[in-house]
Design a protein around this ligand. Structure first.
Ligand SMILES: C[S@@+](CC[C@H](N)C(=O)[O-])C[C@H]1O[C@@H](n2cnc3c(N)ncnc32)[C@H](O)[C@@H]1O
Length: 390
């Protein structure tokens, strides 16, 4: 499935560039935390990398995840393109480009909840995942918004509402007004139905009725309080190995990216509930065919090589390539050796200038930290810098 969302207008004059990144809690940066996603890199990383970018230079992220590179480019006033084969990632990334006010997002939600026909509610016998995850009226409201957005999600406000819904769809219970609309669940990944039901039953947890409109309004007021000036951008839901980048007719000066770490293959199942919201099935989706393959080391290397080759074809001579890469502890592979093999196989002019260890957790959480469980120590992540030679 390929879908291109372009939600920004052409600007008469370039957006004002932000020179230094404010604190991550500053209203200007809250959009960054609209919805969590696995293995996102810290905003400082692409932002700092783009320090010496010139106005008008295009930025590409062929594995854009939740759009951290895209937001960094926007903060720098630069046009960008992001591609991700996970529709959840692409939906979150698209909302990083939206130029909206919180009131617009809340008004759209209100209109939908007032007027629209109810969407199909997942088949839910009492005591199953759906009846324990959401109170009945909350689930009906979620389905109404979902149904609307599945039919129409092209405007900046619709895209922002979808990102907001993904952000509140599940997460921990909190004191005071609820931040999330589900029963107790982690925010960064969706628990699988079996373990979730067992947990709720064991702890005697019934879902609370949460008013979806109130929750949307609160999240929108927080995340869209002070969005950065808009810049040109496109998000593609697609496979970077096959998507024809030439169709977008941009020439890129920067590729800033982070492919799936070697061994990481659960982007779809770990986001199955958010994936349902954006149109996927009402159960865990174990598909991985649109993801860079982990069937074998050779396959993984040639898949990445293909993406590097395709990106080089649409970059200007001298373009910069910056990539954060790692491997899961279970794979006992050296990320640097693996990565160099991907570039060698691509053989397309990316010349490595520097390889350094990714910043440590003191400076910002490393992507791999979350996988360092039990006796498995997280594998070092590396940052690879290369330049395109013709
Ligand atoms: C390490 S994450 C990127 C995270 C991103 N840097 C961020 O800050 O959110 C890697 C991403 O690559 C995506 N991906 C895997 N295979 C892909 C493919 N063939 N084409 C496009 N995206 C793919 C995954 O869905 C995942 O979102």
């Amino acid at each position: 499935m390929t879908n291109v969302i372009s939600i920004t207008r052409t600007l008469r004059k370039p957006a004002r560039r932000l020179k230094r990144l404010p604190k991550l809690t500053a209203p200007r940066l809250r959009l960054n935390g609209l919805c969590p996603y696995y293995t996102m890199f810290p905003l400082q990383f692409p932002f700092r990398t783009l320090n010496c970018a010139k106005p008008g230079q295009w930025v590409l992220d062929p594995f854009c995840g939740r759009g951290t590179t895209i937001l960094a480019a926007r903060l720098r006033g630069l046009p960008s393109v992001g591609i991700d084969s996970n529709p959840v990632a692409a939906a979150i990334a698209a909302s990083k480009l939206a130029q909206v006010r919180a009131t617009e997002v809340a008004s759209l939600a209100e209109d939908i909840l007032d007027d629209r026909q109810p969407g199909p509610v997942p088949n839910c016998p009492r005591g199953d995942f759906w009846t324990l995850c959401y109170a009945p009226e909350t689930l009906r409201e979620i389905c109404r918004v979902r149904n609307y957005l599945l039919h129409s999600c092209a405007t900046r406000v619709e895209v922002a509402l979808r990102g907001t819904m993904l952000g509140i769809l599940h997460g921990p219970l909190n004191k005071g007004e609820p931040t999330y609309i589900s029963n107790q669940m982690p925010r960064s990944y969706s628990t699988k139905p079996g373990p979730a039901v067992r947990f709720w039953k064991k702890n005697d947890m019934e879902p609370m009725r949460v008013d979806v409109l109130d929750a949307v309004r609160r999240r929108a007021e927080f995340s869209f309080a002070d969005v950065p000036p808009s810049s040109l951008g496109k998000i593609v839901t697609g496979d970077s190995r096959t998507f024809d980048l030439k169709k977008l007719s941009a020439r890129y000066s920067w590729v800033i990216t982070s492919p799936p770490y070697y061994g990481m293959r659960t982007y779809f199942p770990d986001h199955w509930l958010r994936n349902w919201f954006v149109g996927g099935p009402a159960n865990v989706d174990y598909r991985a065919d649109e993801q860079v393959s982990h069937q074998s080391e050779e396959q993984f290397i040639s898949d990445l090589a293909l993406v590097w080759k395709r990106t080089a074809e649409v970059c200007v001579p001298g373009a910069k390539f910056v990539c954060r890469f790692g491997a899961l502890p279970s794979r006992t592979k050296d990320p640097q050796t693996l990565f160099m093999r991907t570039l060698a196989e691509a053989g397309c002019g990316w010349r490595v200038t520097t390889i350094r260890k990714a910043e440590t957790s003191q400076k910002g959480r490393r992507q791999c930290d979350q996988f360092g469980t039990g006796n498995n120590k997280p594998v070092e992540e590396i940052d690879v810098y290369a330049v395109l030679e013709t």
